[in-house]
Design a protein around this ligand. Structure first.
Ligand code: GDP
Ligand code: MG
Length: 614
């Protein structure tokens, strides 16, 4: 391929890729898209002036719906891709990406059907373009746009507004500064009445991007010719006018094929007494070459600005990608790695909360320093150790035989019953620690920047952490209750050894005659039990926090996610991908962004290569 071909081919490929990405100009009117920065060719003219016919002869294949009346009712963006010699020709629609058409009459049918799909079988129009690519060794690299013909009046079945609508649609294409206008006028009408020239002059007053094409030379009245127009005397343009003879309706009806038609066209010019001196600069083949040459020079001139647009876009896309986060790997190993990394990031923040790098861990100390002592203090021992209750408990414990010296059984029962009051505050401390930990998990997930993209993983992580915390809580419950139970299973002997002495010390030395069942006696018992309970309370105030920290806080730091790691480690590719299921809208945006980035980068590389090859 020559540089020229590869250059236009490159632009074509970029445009095609832009199209696939839905990036074909005019989107939100912000930055000019790459598509808009690249040149394209649009065919403009009155209805039945021969626009579709001209396009077909440039392509060298029959594939467009043609005829009288309004035939082209949606823009057709036609991309010609030159392929290597010897390869088959085929066409592809953007809306049917998986189907290759090698029968071009089916292409025509599909254009008609696809038009009707949007507009109905009416004479309505739609500005939504149909995108068609043709791959063939016999075409030049070009992007051509076929547009509905300009009309003057609405016909039966069309709304009054259609005349203006068509004009607006056509204008929206041709007013773009990179649009090369193929202005088609039929030779059998006065050029002064040409809609094509009228519109072209409006949007391109200097005529530098307008190519005048005169069709239907064969239909001119006998004795007249179009030399005034073709030689630029009637209406001057920067580029030379090109005369064309397309197939007549009769030819089409007779299925005269393209090769024959081209030969006949050549013959027409070669043998025409009026135009033979211009023969080498007339006809559709010449027009195709002319366009292609012009495109090349336009592209060459624009390379610096295209390159800078591409570089700017790459910059913007890169920073958008940074913002969106890089895409996740596709293979299971890398996904697992990503998940574990994310877990670690979360775990690190969680630990920072506990260890004081971040706030929140102090609330656990608050549980031990305030909540637990306050709860212990509030226990209703005063009521429990009232004289009546002590009397009642002691006599119940004595049974039929009241105690003789010290109420051993009574003490035991009083103490055991009193100790069971500690269960409540012990469990409450464990629960309080649990809720602080849970809150810290929630907070840490929120603070793990890397996790923001992955709502599913966030949920799974939270669920796994809560489950682990729940297990730690159960274990901690058991442990603190055991601490309480231990206190009642074996009473401190020392304490009781001291008791009789105290009794004797405080009691009446004349001993045997003293009535052991006075209030004073029970008050003493109550106060003994109370001081024993006080001693135990002090012990528990210290040991409950140790248990809670041991079972809950330490475990949370050590093995919060261990179970989750085992579960994740067993997952297969698809399940892993599900964990990394991002917000679909975000994924879509990243996908678009990365595809575009890829396109722009390869475009940059190719443009560099082509401009060096010069
Ligand atoms: P469009 O509406 O501008 O796309 O025009 P078409 O390409 O559909 O052509 C309209 C009609 O004019 C068709 O019947 C063509 O066969 C016929 N036609 C177009 N160009 C020529 C030409 O150069 N010579 C003759 N004899 N007929 C032509
Ligand atoms: Mg047409």
């Amino acid at each position: 391929m020559t540089t020229m071909e590869s250059l236009i081919g490159l632009v074509n490929r970029i445009q095609r890729a832009c199209t696939v990405l839905g990036d074909h100009g005019g989107a939100d009117g912000a930055l000019p898209t790459l598509w808009e920065a690249l040149p394209s060719v649009a065919v403009v003219g009155g209805q039945s002036s021969g626009k579709s016919s001209v396009l077909e002869s440039i392509v060298g294949r029959d594939f467009l719906p043609r005829g009288s009346g309004i035939v082209t009712r949606r823009p057709l963006v036609l991309q010609l891709h030159k392929t290597e010699e010897g390869q088959g020709e085929y066409a592809e629609f953007l809306h049917l990406p998986k189907r290759r058409f090698s029968d071009f009459s089916l292409v025509r049918k599909e254009i008609q059907d696809e038009t009707d799909r949007l507009t109905g079988k009416t004479k309505q129009i739609s500005p939504v373009p149909i995108h068609l690519s043709i791959y063939s060794p016999n075409v030049v690299n070009l992007t051509l746009i076929d547009l509905p013909g300009l009309t003057k009046v609405a016909v039966e079945g069309q709304p009054e507004s259609i005349v203006q609508e068509i004009e607006n649609m056509v204008r929206s294409y041709v007013e773009k500064p990179n649009c090369i206008i193929l202005a088609i006028s039929p030779a059998n009408q006065d050029i002064a009445t040409s809609d094509a020239i009228k519109l072209a002059r409006e949007v391109d007053p200097t005529g530098e991007r307008t190519f005048g094409v005169l069709t239907k030379l064969d239909l001119m009245d006998k004795g007249t010719n179009a030399l005034d127009v073709l030689e630029g005397r009637s209406y001057r343009l920067q580029h030379p006018w090109v005369g064309i003879v397309n197939r007549s309706q009769a030819d089409i009806n007779k299925n005269v094929n393209m090769i024959v038609a081209r030969r006949k066209e050549k013959e027409y010019f070669a043998t025409s007494p009026d135009y033979s001196h211009l023969a080498s600069k007339m006809g559709s083949e010449y027009l195709a070459k002319l366009l292609s040459q012009h495109l090349e020079s336009v592209i060459r001139a624009r390379i610096p600005s295209i390159t800078s647009l591409i570089n700017k876009s790459i910059d913007e896309l890169e920073s958008e990608m940074d913002h969106l986060g890089r895409p996740i790997a596709v293979d299971a190993g890398a996904q697992l790695y990503t998940i574990l990394e994310l877990c670690r990031a979360f775990d690190k923040i969680f630990k920072e909360h506990l260890d004081g790098g971040r706030p929140g861990g102090d609330r656990i100390y608050g549980v031990f320093d305030n909540q637990l002592p306050a709860a212990l203090k509030k226990l209703p021992f005063d009521r429990y150790l009232s004289i009546q209750n002590v009397k009642k408990v002691v006599s119940e414990a004595d049974g039929y035989q009241p105690h003789l010296i010290a109420p051993e059984q009574g003490y035991r029962r009083l103490i055991e019953n009193a100790l069971s009051y500690f269960r409540g505050p012990a469990e409450a401390s464990v629960d309080a620690v649990h809720y602080v930990l849970k809150e810290l998990v929630r907070k840490s997930i929120g603070e793990t920047q890397e996790l923001k993209r992955f709502p599913t993983l966030q949920n799974e992580l939270a669920a796994a952490s809560y489950e682990a915390l729940e297990r730690f809580r159960e274990d901690s419950h058991k442990t603190v209750l055991r601490l309480v139970d231990m206190e009642s299973s074996y009473l401190t002997v020392d304490f009781f050894r001291k008791l009789p002495q105290e009794v004797e010390k405080g009691g009446n030395p004349t001993g045997p005659t003293v009535d052991r069942y006075t209030d004073g006696h029970f008050r003493r018992i109550a106060s003994n039990v109370s001081s024993y309970i006080g001693m135990v309370s002090e012990t528990l105030k210290n040991s409950i926090p140790k248990a809670a920290v041991y079972c809950q806080v330490r475990e949370a730091k050590r093995s919060l996610l261990n179970y989750f790691y085992t579960v994740v480690g067993k997952k297969e590719g698809k399940q892993l991908a599900q964990l990394l299921d991002e917000d679909p809208a975000l994924m879509e945006r990243r996908l678009q962004c990365s595809k575009r980035l890829e396109l722009y980068k390869s475009a940059r590389d190719e443009i560099e290569a082509v401009s060096w090859a010069r």
